[in-house]
Design a protein around this ligand. Structure first.
Ligand SMILES: *Cc1c(COP(=O)(O)O)cnc(C)c1O
Length: 452
C-alpha cells in the first residue's frame, strides 16, 4: 500500500475521483487549489476594508495566471468571495476573463502593463476593460482607439509615487494633464481612477521603510490634488496591495488591490504567518515518489556531488525539477559534499509508518527530478515508490510538519510569489470545492477534467 502525505481530498463526485486518478496517471505531480479557501480569503479581505458597503471595493489581482493558481477558476472564486474588480498585468489575460464570460455587469477589470504603442486598446475598450495610462504615448494610443471605436475609454492614471516603475513622475505630470484634460472634456476618455504602487509596504517592522511608504502616500495625495485642480478629479484612488490592505487602513481609499492575500499568503513572512490574518494558503503541491532505494554512506547524490550521504540510508526520487518550476536554488548541500557547506534544501513532507516527517532536497535539483535522503531505511520507515509526498500546503501547524510556499521561498532565496508563478502548467491544476463555491453557470466555465 502506498501512503499519502497530503490531506484526504474531498471529491464532489465519482467524476471528481476519476479526474484525480487521471491526473495522477498523466503526471507525477499535481497542484490542487482549494476554491473555498480562495473565496474565504477574499471574504476576509473584503471584511478588512470594512465590508461590501464600506465605500472601499476590493480587486482580486489575478495576473500571471492568478499567481499560477489558474486564471478563470481563481477569478470566479474571488468574485464569489465579494471582489468587484479583477486586475491583470497583461492585457491578454484581461481579455481572457471577458472571453470566459465574466461580463462588465459583473465586475470591472483593470489591466496595467503595456507598451503604449502596441496594446490592443480597441479590443480592451470594446470589452469594457479599464486601462492604465502611465505614459504620453499610452494616452495617445488609448485616445486613438477610443475615437476609432466611437466609445469612451475608461482609464486609470498611473502615477509614480516612488516605486520607480510605471507611471508619471511629479515632474512629468503637467504634460500628462495637458493631454488628459481636453480628452476627458471631449468624452474620449473617462478618467476613472488614479493609482500607484508601494515599494515596501510589507516591512512594517523597518522604520526606514515605514517612512518611505509615508512619503509615497504624501506624494500620491499631491498627485490627487493636481488632478482635482485640473478638473479631472479621480473617482477611485487605489494604492494598497495585500501588505497595505492588511496593515494600512488609512490608505484603503476607494479600492484595494490584494494579490498574494487572495492566495492565502501574507506579503512577507516578517509580517507574520497567514493565519495571523485569517488567511489560508489555497494551493497544495504534491508528487508521487519515483525510485526508492538503499545506498551506502558516502554516496554522492545528484550533479556536482554537493551532498554525500552521511550514513547508510535510503533515497527517494521526487519526479519534478526545475523544468516544473522547482527552483534549482532550493538544492541542499552538506559538509561532506563538494561545496563543504550546509545549506537546507526545499522541504518535503513524507508520510512514514510513524507519521509525517519533513525531509529536505538532498543535492542539486535536476531538470525533472530531485532526491531526498530519507535518513534511514525506507523499508523500516514504510516509504515506497508511488507514495504521495507534499511540497507545500496550507500549513496546518507544527504537528503536521507541513511546509508552505514561504518555506520554499526561504530555501530558494526568493518569495512565495515566485514559487507559485514558476510552476509550469505541465503540472495539472485540480480544483477542490468547485461545486461548493461556484454557481452552475460558473462551473461550466471550468475545464471539467480539472474538478475534484
Ligand atoms: C501584483 C500587484 C498587486 C498585488 O500585490 P500583492 O503584493 O500580491 O498583494 C497590486 N498592484 C499591482 C500594480 C501589482 O503589480
Amino acid at each position: 500500500m502506498t501512503l499519502s502525505a497530503t490531506c484526504e481530498w474531498q471529491f464532489s463526485s465519482e467524476r471528481g475521483r476519476a479526474n484525480y486518478d487521471a491526473a495522477r496517471r498523466r503526471y507525477p505531480a499535481q497542484a490542487i487549489v482549494d476554491l473555498a479557501a480562495l473565496r474565504d480569503n477574499m471574504r476576509r479581505l473584503v471584511g478588512m476594508v470594512g465590508g461590501p458597503a464600506s465605500g472601499t471595493a476590493v480587486m482580486g489581482v489575478v495576473k500571471a495566471d492568478a499567481y499560477g493558481h489558474g486564471l478563470i477558476p481563481s477569478a470566479l472564486a474571488a468574485l464569489a468571495g465579494g471582489a468587484t474588480w479583477l486586475g491583470t498585468a497583461q492585457s491578454h489575460e484581461a481579455l481572457l476573463l471577458r472571453k470566459a464570460g465574466i461580463g462588465s455587469e459583473r465586475c470591472h477589470i483593470l489591466t496595467w502593463v503595456y507598451n503604449g504603442t502596441a496594446v490592443p486598446f480597441d479590443e480592451l475598450i470594446a470589452n469594457d476593460i479599464d486601462v492604465s495610462v502611465g505614459s504620453l504615448s499610452g494616452i495617445d494610443g488609448v485616445a486613438e482607439a477610443a475615437r476609432r471605436l466611437g466609445k469612451t475609454a475608461r482609464v486609470h492614471v498611473k502615477v509614480d509615487s516612488g516605486f520607480g516603475r510605471n507611471g508619471f513622475t511629479p515632474a512629468g505630470f503637467d504634460a500628462a494633464l495637458a493631454k488628459l484634460v481636453p480628452l476627458a472634456r471631449e468624452g474620449v476618455l473617462h478618467v476613472v481612477g488614479q493609482w500607484s504602487h508601494l515599494a515596501v509596504a510589507d516591512a512594517p517592522d523597518v522604520p526606514e521603510f515605514v517612512a518611505s511608504t509615508d512619503r509615497q502616500i504624501e506624494c500620491f495625495k499631491d498627485f490627487t490634488r493636481r488632478m482635482e485642480s485640473a478638473g479631472i478629479a479621480p473617482e477611485i484612488r487605489h494604492l494598497a496591495n495585500t501588505a497595505a490592505t492588511l496593515s494600512r487602513p488609512e490608505i484603503h481609499f476607494e479600492l484595494t488591490r490584494p494579490g498574494i492575500g487572495l492566495y492565502g499568503y501574507e506579503a512577507d513572512p516578517a509580517m507574520g504567518a497567514p493565519a495571523t490574518y485569517g488567511l489560508k494558503p489555497a494551493m497544495t503541491l504534491q508528487a508521487q515518489l519515483g525510485t526508492v532505494k538503499d545506498v551506502e554512506a558516502g554516496h554522492g547524490v545528484s550533479y556536482g556531488r554537493t551532498y554525500l550521504t552521511p550514513s547508510d540510508t535510503s533515497t527517494a526520487i521526487v519526479p519534478i525539477g526545475y523544468a516544473d518550476g522547482i527552483h534549482r536554488s532550493a538544492s541542499g548541500f552538506d559538509m561532506e559534499g563538494a561545496k563543504h557547506v550546509i545549506k537546507d534544501g526545499g522541504p518535503v513532507r513524507v508520510m512514514t509508518a510513524e507519521g509525517p516527517r519533513l525531509y529536505r532536497v538532498s543535492g542539486r535539483v535536476c531538470m525533472d527530478q530531485f532526491i531526498l535522503d530519507l535518513h534511514g531505511s525506507a523499508a523500516e520507515l514504510g516509504v515506497h515508490e508511488g507514495d504521495t509526498v507534499e511540497l507545500f500546503g496550507p500549513g496546518r501547524g507544527e504537528d503536521y510538519a507541513e511546509p508552505t510556499a514561504d518555506d520554499w521561498g526561504r530555501a530558494a532565496d526568493t518569495i512565495s510569489y515566485e514559487i507559485f508563478t514558476c510552476l509550469r502548467n505541465r503540472i495539472p491544476r485540480l480544483y477542490e470545492h468547485a461545486s461548493d463555491v461556484l454557481s452552475a453557470e460558473d462551473l461550466a466555465k471550468l475545464d471539467p477534467a480539472s474538478m475534484l
